[in-house]
Design a protein around this ligand. Structure first.
Ligand code: ADP
Ligand code: MG
Length: 301
């Protein structure tokens, strides 16, 4: 197969590993800088141009689109879909997963376990919003946040109200969520490929930290999942329409709860914690599924 990885930086661990694993399996793998792709969208024959030349026809693309380039990145991915190239994660599914509210609404519609969550636009609703998710302590999150930045724990209703008012005063979009205390500062990252959990790790936040993000000093170890956890992760990936993703779960007293679904999951933490060749498994999925025009929307989304 001829495969393109859409990535801004060929030196990132995940990008490097994907290229290495694909080549080791006998595939031709190019790393293409998403932001340097450009296109003539009105031409009768869809193409993508790169550094003055038309890109060759690829069998598949693996988009690794960072949160800050979602808009342009999904447009580039959509162009490949229009050409009939198989995209492991469709552009519409990536857009869906980037919007935390939209994601939670989709998951909720499918009856998937979630922490009680509310959102509002005006601070005058703050008291009722807090009450509706079960009262303090609550977690308040910036919708655009990643790596734990903009995720705050408010111990009392007064503190929560003040934080909500402050964020709203800055015109930030937020959600308010029940604090799942019994998770003990840990979460479970499930790597789902083609409707199966292929690797999972438990991330534990640093001492005194409720956020388990590895970027915030959390540590990772391999973990055995329960049947319910496995099913929840697989159902979440399906609800989002993602063939490959990271599903983050909290272990709550009411069973597994999905916190977020990541369409460009990092491979470093999970490969190191589990010793598994996740990059290779992504290519195994492509070997079975990358047929021309096999992407559901073919760029229509
Ligand atoms: P980000 O997108 O910035 O990673 P998350 O929603 O994943 O934001 O939150 C970061 C971390 O905070 C999670 O990995 C988890 O450890 C902790 N956390 C988030 N929401 C809750 C919650 N409702 N209850 C308990 N812990 C939470
Ligand atoms: Mg997270």
């Amino acid at each position: 197969m001829k495969v393109a990885i859409l990535s801004r930086n060929k030196n990132l661990y995940s990008t490097r590993r994907l290229k290495e694993a694909g080549e080791a399996m006998g595939h031709e793998v190019d790393v293409i800088d998403t932001l340097h792709c450009y296109m003539d969208i009105t031409s009768s024959k869809s193409t993508v141009r790169y550094h003055g030349k038309e890109l060759p026809m690829y069998d598949a693309i693996i988009p690794r689109i960072g949160a800050s380039v979602t808009f342009y990145g999904t447009a580039v991915a959509r162009q490949f879909e229009m050409m009939g190239t198989f995209n492991i994660n469709e552009s519409v599914a990536i857009s869906r997963s980037r919007d935390k509210l939209r994601s939670l609404q989709l998951l909720s519609r499918k009856g998937i376990g979630l922490p009680r969550t509310g959102f509002a636009n005006k601070p005058d609703n703050a008291k009722d919003l807090i009450k509706n998710v079960g009262g303090a302590p609550v977690v308040i999150k910036l919708l655009e946040g990643t790596q734990g930045i903009g995720v705050v724990l408010a111990d009392t209703a007064k503190a929560a109200e003040a934080i909500i008012e402050a964020f709203m005063g800055l015109k930030a979009n937020i959600l308010v969520q029940e604090f799942v205390k019994e998770a003990g500062g840990a979460d479970i990252r499930c790597l789902v490929i083609g409707g199966k959990v292929v690797a999972a790790m438990k991330r534990q936040g640093a001492e005194g930290e409720f956020r388990s993000n590895l970027h915030r000093g959390g540590t990772a170890e391999v973990v055995k999942l329960s049947k319910a956890e496995r099913e929840t992760a697989v159902n979440a990936a399906k609800a989002m329409g993602l063939n490959m993703c990271g599903v983050d779960l909290l272990r709550s007293q009411n069973g597994p709860m999905v916190m977020e679904v990541n369409s460009s999951p990092g491979l470093e933490g999970i490969e190191n914690a589990t010793g598994k060749n996740v990059a290779g498994m992504i290519f195994e999925f492509l070997e079975k599924n990358a047929k021309p025009n096999n992407t559901r929307t073919r760029g229509k989304g």
